[in-house]
Structures are given as structure tokens and as C-alpha cells.
Write a protein that binds this ligand. Structure first.
Ligand code: DGT
Ligand code: ZN
Ligand code: CA
Ligand code: CA
Length: 619
């Protein structure tokens, strides 16, 4: 995956807050804890926040045209911190010397991490922010611009905001600037047009870190009886506009006060006796609703949404003479439920519906017929069928990845390094794959619990041919194909390209089908219906790529694939040991697609999996 990210270094700068964060899988899981723990105020800076600050510094340095090594150092440090499985804040507190042992972290950066964890911010950042021309940061993050152009626009055209830029582009003032031209001006307008109406959203995985810290802070308030995050976050949407926190309490105002006093709050947007809204330093908005315990279940249902689902449930209630709102379930004036969420469903004669399904996409119908899917669970996963090693663009060795996979309890993993077309990541050629195969055989002879499968991620070339000769494909247990370039071909041509690759007899899986990177690159335009049709026909498996900024394919497409009886695979595309934990994000996405264990091939025991892969092979 990192291929494109690396080739288009520019695009990394866009939408910093959408950056992936590696994180503790158990946190991403469901930081919903309704059990009250008593402990000291546990506020701590999240790794995501440290990474965000480092990236902003790198961006600001870039605007200044500062030393490239210095910029790189901040970016590398950002990645190191976000991939840590421990909280940097805890390390800084308990064992600061350990910080300097992390890759790319010297004394200077370790001190900066400590400063952020202690004060919540960094002097260097404040200084750089003061020096930067107003608006430059916002401008440089627009795809197609970048630091040099952003600075140039600020300095010469006095463009200091996206609104200024739009005005200038519409007045055709951009094209006449040297080094910009008509094409750039058009791109800017297209980008701005595509954005209108699109609110800024956070990756769920990033919001999870901020949310988890906030929850622990809320739990430390003695008056809070239950607290959790509802909204799109609980429905496991890949991105969230904000976090919606609910708290059960008899002392509403005290809890609201505690909420707005959270040290990470930048602005209090609204505050009343039962609710408040704040914006965190990270830019994330968090809403709070407090309710008495007897309303908590009804409120949890209401604020989990989606809105369309709520409306449908309320209508069912009305048909039974019930009034359902965030305070409870009522028959005339009498409360008949609301303390527990399940009670809301029970009142309308339904079983509890998992939040991931609550999108008014047939879940109420299914519940009524007792046909709700038995959704796939993280523990159903037996292996990972896409990851990279130092043999191509991974950051850890095959041994390291295998060890980590064993620790995760996996039965098998397939190493799927890149093919030669991807030169910037040192893709392997046939001889390289053969060398790797020998290495795998040796490791397999030694490993007791885990089997390493031989795999490859073969690039689909522009014309739909594959980046490795047909006869060479036979050496692999599993062959992935994927597009990594030419994302903007006309739809018809893109469709033909992908379809041609799928018709190749030696392939098994279409990896990250659309190539989207949330917040940075739109999905490639092609006829998905046609691609699914061919995949079904050819017995090709469709991948849900678990990288939190990919989650490709999306929930709707994955569900359409299931409907066509296309098997799915959930793979992490890990480029480091830490990223193997992204599996959880992929499972969440699969659950939103109504996927059951039986729909996902990497829930199968190894023997069955191999039989499937080899048996259906038309090689
Ligand atoms: P987001 O924040 O855009 O990622 O998505 P949500 O679903 O978290 O939306 P949000 O934060 O505006 O509202 C949280 C939940 O509150 C929403 O899922 C359902 C409920 N809700 C909000 N407004 C209404 C409404 O007007 N009617 C009903 N029935 N429910 C609402
Ligand atoms: Zn890839
Ligand atoms: Ca929300
Ligand atoms: Ca909200």
C-alpha cells in the first residue's frame, strides 16, 4: 500500500488529521465502557496528538523551505509515535530514556515528546505557527498545491484562505502565474467543487484514540455512572464527523462542568444543564449528553442512530401506541422502558440489532424475520493474506512479521510483496520471489504454529496485463492483483483494465479495488457492477483492505459482493509489525457489510483455505 503514498510524497501532506494512526487494537475495538472504574484522573496525551503536532511542524517547516532532513525527521517521528503500541505519554513519564531507543527519535525529539505530553503543546509549533503566512497551511493541504505554491500564493497574490483561492481561480487569476497554468487552475476548481458540502471528517481509528482518553477522563468523575460513545463512531463508520458521548448521572451539571474542563479542550462551543459541545485541540468536535440512568438505554439507542434507523423504530413504536424518544419508551404517560437499549427493541418486538447495521438498509426487516446476520467477530480471523516485508516496501523482516503473527494467534499468513513495476518500492522480480520462496521454506520448517504462504501483490499495468509472466504465478499459494497507478483513467478504460486482470487464470484476490485513500485520493472511477460481475464469474475474491485510511472496498460494495456470492478476504496490508493490528478495522467494515464468518476466506482453517485457493484455480 505504501507504494502510492511514497511515490506521491506530496499527497501525504494533505489532510493531516485524516492520517492513519496505528493504535492499540483493543482501544479501537470499542472504547465503550459502561462500567465505572475508579482511578486517578487519567488524562494523557494520545499518540495521535503527538503525531499530529509533529506533522504540523513538518508542514510548517516545508512552507519555510527548511532543511529537508529536519522535515523528514519530524515526519518519521510522527510515524514512529503513532505506531507505538504503548502510550508515548506513559513512556515519557515512567521511562523517558526508552524514548530515545525508538527508531528515528534522538534526544531532541524525545525532549519534544516529553514537552507535548507534559504541556499538551510544543513551543516550536507555536513559534512556527506565528511565523507562517496566514492561510498557508490550509492552502498547502489542498491536493494539487503543496508548500511552495501555497507560499507563493500567499506572498504574491495575497491569497490567505481557501475562499480567497476560489475567488482568484474563478476570476482566472491563477493561470497567469508562472508555474501554475490553466490546468492547475482547473484542478483547483475541481477540487474545491468536489469539497463543497463535504464536512471535515476524522478517520474512526484516529477519533478512537481521542475518544478513549476522553472516556477515561469522564469515568474518573465520581458522578458519572455510565459513559460511552454513541453516534457514527459506535456504528463503526470509517469516518466520523464528531464524537457523541453519553453519560448517565443524577448530577448533570457537575458532569457537564467536568466535561468542558477536559485539558484537551480548545473551545467550548456550547454548554447547558444537560449537554455541551467542545472542540479539542486536534480539531475534533465532541458532544456530550447527560441523562438520568433510567433514560440511558433509550438515549444510547437514539444517539447511536442512524437518524433513518431511529425514525423507522419510532414509527414501529407509534403503530403499537408507544412513544419512543431519547428519554425512554412511553405508553401514554407511563414509562415502559429506557434504562437498557435492548428494551427499546423489545418494546417494538425486535431482537437487539448490532449498531453496525443501523443504517436503515433492511436491518429492521431482517430483525423482524429473525434473519439478522451473525456478524463476523475479530476472533474468527485465522490469518492475514496481505502484508509486506523489507524485501519490498515493508519496514520489518519476514521473520519479524511471522513472529508477530504467531503472537496474534494466527494459523497462517501470506507474504505479498510488490512486483517489479513498482520500482520506487523495490518490487521483486521472478528471481526475487524465488529467493524469497526458499527463505519461506526454511522458516516454515522451523515454525511450529504458523504457516507462511507464498504470495505476491502483482501490479495491474495500464492495459490490464499483469506485471509478472503467467508461468511465474504458479509458484505462489495466493496471488493478489491491484492497481497502484493511473487512477484517473476514463471509467470505461479503467473498467476494461481491471476486468482484463480478473480474467487472468492465475489470480486469486483483487486487492484494495478502488485505490481510495480517505481524505487524500478518491476512489478510481469504474463500473463496480461489472467488476463484481466478472469477479463472481471468475471466482476472484474481493479484499477489504483493513488500513484505516483505505477500508477499500466500502461497506456498501462489500455487501453487494456478498449478495453476488463473491468470497471476501480481510487483509491488513501491513507494512510493519504494528500494522498487523489493523485487522480490527477491516472486521468492523465487514460487519457494516453484514458479513458473517462464512463469507470471509481468512476465517477458514488452513487446509480448507488452500483447497479453496488451489481447487478453484484455473492455472
Ligand atoms: P456523523 O456525526 O456525521 O459521523 O454521524 P452521526 O450519526 O453520529 O450524526 P450526529 O452526530 O449528527 O447525531 C448522532 C445521532 O443522533 C444520530 O446518528 C441520530 C441522532 N439524531 C441526531 N439528530 C436527529 C434527529 O433529528 N432525529 C432523530 N431521530 N435522530 C437524530
Ligand atoms: Zn497495494
Ligand atoms: Ca456523530
Ligand atoms: Ca453530534
Amino acid at each position: 500500500m505504501a507504494v502510492e503514498a511514497r511515490s506521491a510524497v506530496r499527497s501525504r501532506r494533505v489532510a493531516t488529521r485524516h492520517r492513519t494512526a496505528a493504535f492499540r487494537a483493543e482501544r479501537v475495538a470499542r472504547p465503550s465502557s459502561s462500567v465505572k472504574r475508579t482511578q486517578a484522573a487519567p488524562h494523557a496525551i494520545e499518540n495521535a496528538e503527538v503525531a499530529r503536532i509533529f506533522r504540523e511542524i513538518a508542514d510548517l517547516l516545508e512552507i519555510q523551505d527548511a532543511n529537508a532532513f529536519r522535515i523528514r525527521a519530524y515526519r518519521n517521528a510522527a510515524r514512529t509515535v503513532e505506531e507505538l503500541s504503548d502510550a508515548a505519554a506513559r513512556i515519557a513519564r515512567e521511562d523517558p530514556a526508552r524514548l530515545t531507543q525508538l527508531p528515528g527519535i534522538g534526544k531532541g525529539l524525545a525532549g519534544k515528546i516529553a514537552e507535548i505530553c507534559e504541556t499538551g503543546t510544543l513551543g516550536t509549533l507555536t513559534e512556527l505557527q506565528r511565523e507562517a503566512p496566514p492561510g498557508a497551511l490550509e492552502l498547502m493541504r489542498l491536493p494539487g498545491l503543496g508548500p511552495k505554491r501555497a507560499r507563493f500564493l500567499c506572498d504574491t497574490l495575497k491569497i490567505h484562505s481557501i475562499a480567497d483561492l476560489e475567488k482568484a481561480a474563478k476570476a482566472a487569476r491563477i493561470r497567469s502565474i508562472r508555474g501554475f497554468g490553466v490546468r492547475t487552475e482547473q484542478k483547483i476548481l475541481e477540487e474545491l467543487h468536489a469539497r463543497t458540502g463535504e464536512e471535515e471528517r476524522f478517520l474512526r481509528s484516529v477519533a478512537a484514540q481521542y475518544g478513549d482518553s476522553y472516556l477515561r477522563y469522564m469515568e474518573a468523575c465520581d458522578d458519572v455512572q455510565r459513559v460511552e460513545i454513541a453516534g457514527s463512531f459506535r456504528r463503526c463508520k470509517e469516518t466520523v464527523a464528531d464524537l457523541d458521548i453519553l453519560a448517565a448521572t443524577e448530577a448533570g451539571e457537575t458532569v457537564v462542568k467536568h466535561f468542558v474542563e477536559y485539558p484537551e479542550v480548545r473551545t467550548v462551543l456550547a454548554q447547558g444543564p444537560t449537554k455541551a459541545s467542545v472542540r479539542l485541540k486536534s480539531g475534533l468536535q465532541v458532544d456530550l449528553r447527560v441523562l438520568p440512568p433510567q433514560s440511558y438505554g433509550a438515549a444510547l439507542h437514539y444517539f447511536t442512530g442512524s437518524k433513518a434507523h431511529n425514525i423507522a423504530i419510532r414509527r414501529l413504536g407509534q403503530q403499537r401506541g408507544l412513544k419512543i424518544n431519547e428519554y425512554g419508551v412511553f405508553r401514554r404517560r407511563r414509562r415502559v422502558g429506557g434504562a437498557e437499549e435492548a428494551g427499546v427493541f423489545k418494546a417494538v418486538g425486535l431482537p437487539w440489532i448490532p449498531p453496525e447495521l443501523r443504517e436503515a438498509r433492511g436491518e429492521i426487516e431482517a430483525a423482524r424475520q429473525d434473519e439478522l446476520p451473525k456478524l463476523i467477530e475479530p476472533s474468527d480471523i485465522r490469518g492475514d493474506l496481505q502484508f509486506h516485508t523489507t524485501d519490498s516496501d515493508g519496514r520489518d523482516s519476514l521473520e519479524g512479521m511471522a513472529e508477530a503473527a504467531q503472537e496474534l494467534g494466527y494459523e497462517y499468513i501470506a507474504v505479498t510483496d510488490h512486483s517489479p513495476a513498482l520500482r520506487m518500492v523495490r518490487g521483486l522480480d521472478a528471481a526475487g520471489y524465488r529467493r524469497q520462496a526458499k527463505h519461506i521454506d526454511k522458516l516454515n520448517a522451523r515454525l511450529r504454529k504458523l504457516t507462511i504462504l507464498k504470495g505476491a501483490e502483482i501490479d495491474i499495468l495500464k492495459d490490464g496485463s499483469l506485471d509478472l509472466a503467467a508461468e511465474d504465478l504458479a509458484m505462489f499459494d495466493v496471488v493478489l492483483v491491484a492497481i497502484h497507478s493511473k487512477f484517473d483513467l476514463p471509467s470505461g478504460e479503467q473498467t476494461r483494465r481491471i476486468v482484463r486482470a480478473l480474467q487472468h487464470p492465475g489470480i486469486d484476490i483483487l486487492a484494495h479495488p478502488t485505490g481510495r485513500i480517505i481524505g487524500r485520493r478518491r476512489a478510481a472511477a469504474f463500473d463496480m457492477e461489472e467488476v463484481l460481475h466478472v469477479a463472481a464469474d471468475q471466482g476472484v475474491v474481493i479484499e477489504i483492505n483493513a488500513q484505516p485510511e483505505r477500508l477499500d472496498v466500502d461497506d456498501v460494495t462489500a455487501r453487494a459482493a456478498i449478495a453476488r456470492r463473491i468470497p471476501l478476504v480481510i487483509s491488513t496490508d501491513a507494512h510493519s509489525v504494528q500494522e498487523l493490528r489493523f485487522m480490527r478495522c477491516g472486521v468492523d467494515q465487514a460487519r457494516r457489510a453484514w458479513a458473517e464468518k462464512k463469507h470471509v476466506i481468512n476465517t477458514r482453517p488452513l487446509k480448507q483455505l488452500l483447497k479453496m485457493l488451489h481447487g478453484e484455480r484455473r492455472r
